[in-house]
Design a protein around this ligand. Structure first.
Ligand code: NVA
Length: 241
């Protein structure tokens, strides 16, 4: 926002009236009268839905338990930079069927690229999100395993095994996700020039190995850098119409 010439306020939940029990719909209407746009980063997706319903200014999802659209847009921007586009490419998601996986499914079914996901039982992406992708005739497939998803992929992507809000499940998840890792063997199954992506923070030795994260196929640092640029594009498009 500053780079675009505007101002930004950071309001933590403790600093807002919501921290004192004000209903989300009330805060949304008050804040809409002070600012030109709001980024909400929260856990329950319902909170942002309600905020957006009552807000009269644009509300940007900065992450919920269900979606992480700004990150996926930064990722796709990175793919476009490196591959010249996304049409005809094969994407593979390996790991947790979490907010990032849901947003990848949404993106794949809207933009029309092929996406295979390998997620362990009990950690599959959201059913509604999958249903909506099907209605859009999205080429989204839950694969039988990591190898099948990675085979001939142009893009391999993953995320932490315990997302924000799930930290207490970490021990259980470490066991459940064993094998759902992007490592050299998995990378070898993908296309030679496959891009490896991770929205960070990375846990080396868990969802990705050090070797792959720091290797020549890794696009992770450009992906991180592009978050800044894509957020500016999102702001510009929402604020200037
Ligand atoms: N799935 C992760 C994304 C972090 C950018 C989380 O929700 O913590």
């Amino acid at each position: 926002m500053y780079q675009l010439g505007g101002n930004a306020l950071f309001i933590s939940s403790a600093d807002s009236q919501m921290g004192r029990g004000e209903p989300v719909k009330d805060t949304a209407r008050v804040m809409s009268r002070y600012v030109d746009g709001v980024v909400v980063r929260t856990f329950g997706h319902g909170i942002i839905e309600e905020f957006a319903q009552y807000s009269t200014v644009p509300v940007i999802n900065g992450l919920t338990d269900m979606h992480h659209p700004c990150q996926v847009l930064a990722d796709i921007m990175t793919v476009v930079e490196r591959k010249g586009g996304y049409k005809g490419l094969k994407f593979a998601w390996i790991g947790d069927g979490n907010n990032m996986a849901n947003s990848w499914i949404e993106a794949a079914s809207i933009l029309g690229f092929e996406l295979k996901l390998a997620c362990p039982k009990g950690y599959l992406p959201d059913k509604e999100v999958l249903k909506e992708a099907k209605l859009r005739h999205g080429r989204v497939e839950l694969s039988m395993g990591v190898k099948e998803a990675a085979k001939d992929a142009d893009v391999l992507t993953t995320d932490v095994w315990a997302s924000m809000g799930f930290e207490k499940e970490r021990k259980k998840r470490l066991a459940a996700f064993k094998g759902y890792q992007i490592n050299s063997e998995v990378l070898a199954l993908a296309k030679k020039d496959a891009m490896v992506m991770h929205c960070l923070p990375a846990h080396r030795g868990e969802e990705i190995t050090e070797e792959v994260l720091e290797g020549k196929n890794s696009a992770v640092w450009d992906e991180a850098g592009n978050r800044l640029h894509i957020q500016k594009a999102i702001l510009e498009s929402l604020l200037t119409g």
